[in-house]
Design a protein around this ligand. Structure first.
Ligand SMILES: [Zn+2]
Length: 386
């Protein structure tokens, strides 16, 4: 609904500018202005200010509604969240970014072919404003109404595209992904584990996005899990194994003693956020010299020691696969077999200690990532009899 109102307003602004341009200059004047200048200025002003009004109405209306956890019978569902809208397409523009933005659908279809997913999986909706506003302030959500601001977060030159197109093609897929993380969180409380085939936007904090991350789904997930299940979710461990430092959630939980962050990352690549690193309770710098054996051995030690000392009641596993060999952005050397072993280690420790775990796919920029992720999830289901 919002996206369509947005599109209508945008078209109205565009119409005013085009109408102004089509007029012959100096033919008449309105309120003392040249008519051409009047319509162009009115259109430009409308472009700037209609989002403020729309966002304010949405923000105000969401104040009167406190969201409840999804009323689903999770015991009858395979705890894997997926929606076709996860896949980001924009008439080929998405190919300018190294991110394989359609990997979600590829993983889903392989899992379906293998019979792991049937018809009974988690289907998210678009994350409502009432959920977002708990974490993202009005000013941040307002900035997402402007193409230029979205460009700085997705790091693709899309500022020339009308904002409604970006809303349909970029923001909405991430809104589905964000709610998918939340749905998976609720399922994990019931089943002990869950996987969202999207999410893990770990460069986005409540006040700032970046690195193709627009909504802080990890912070949102933890906030609502603690709110909805105060008796079950209190001490939260984030295990971030994406090749990049998870500076978004780190900034959000920098002063939170009830959140323990383990981050294995390549310190020589984006984002190099030294302030956010203060939030990491267990940091491991991974470089090209780390092979599968060294990587998995470090992870095994980290999981054993940190779970024993921190005693988490909930684990968010950010399972980015851009640490796989050949990834031009992650620049690490973990093999597909190492990825499978890595996921197995995290699940083994969570299940053994009976701590609900939510796995989010996060980064992973190569075309070969989807089959490896599907193989790894298949391995988890067979290995642990899920
Ligand atoms: Zn990454």
């Amino acid at each position: 609904m919002y996206a369509w109102v947005d599109l209508t307003c945008w078209l109205w602004g565009a119409f005013m500018i085009v109408y102004g341009i089509c007029l012959s200059a100096g033919e008449s004047d309105i309120f003392g202005f040249d008519e051409v200048a009047f319509w162009i200025c009115a259109g430009a002003g409308f472009f700037l200010f209609y989002p403020v009004i729309l966002e304010f109405i949405l923000w105000l209306s969401s104040q009167f509604f406190t969201p409840s956890p999804p009323s689903l019978n999770f015991s009858n569902l395979v705890p894997i969240a997926y929606h076709p809208s996860y896949n980001i397409t924009a008439g080929g523009i998405e190919k300018m970014h190294p991110f394989d933005s359609r990997k979600y659908g590829k993983v889903f279809h392989v899992l379906k072919e293998r019979g792991i997913i049937k018809e009974n999986y988690l289907i998210p909706v678009k994350c409502p404003r009432s959920i977002l506003r708990a974490v993202h302030p009005f000013s941040y959500l307002l900035m997402l109404c402007y193409s230029l601001s979205i460009t700085t977060k997705v790091e693709v030159p899309v500022c020339f595209l009308p904002e409604p197109i970006l809303r349909f093609r970029v923001l909405n897929p991430m809104l589905y992904g964000t709610y998918g993380s939340l749905l998976a969180g609720c399922a994990a409380i019931e089943k002990g584990y869950a996987i969202n085939l999207s999410g893990g936007y770990h460069h986005c904090s409540s006040r700032s996005g970046g690195g193709f991350c627009i909504y802080a789904d990890i912070t949102i997930l933890i906030y609502w899990m603690r709110y909805w299940y105060p008796d079950k979710v209190h001490r939260v461990m984030i295990v971030d194994l994406d090749a990049h430092q998870g500076n978004g959630h780190e900034r959000d939980f920098i002063d939170d003693e009830e959140t323990f962050i383990i981050d294995f990352f390549n310190p020589n690549i984006y984002p190099g956020d030294h302030y956010a690193r203060k939030a990491i309770k267990f940091a491991e710098h991974i470089t090209e010299s780390d092979g599968d054996e060294s990587y998995c051995s470090k992870l095994e030690n980290a999981m054993t020691n940190c779970i024993e000392s921190f005693k988490p009641s909930f684990i968010v596993y950010n399972a980015g696969t851009d640490c796989m060999e050949g990834d031009p952005l992650g620049r690490l050397q973990i093999t597909p077999q190492g990825i499978i072993q890595r996921d197995e280690i995290v699940f083994k420790h969570a299940l053994k200690n009976k701590v609900p775990v939510v796995m989010l796919l996060s980064g992973g920029y190569q075309q070969v990532n989807a089959p490896v992720i599907a193989d790894s999830i298949s391995n988890l289901f067979s290995k642990f009899n899920l």
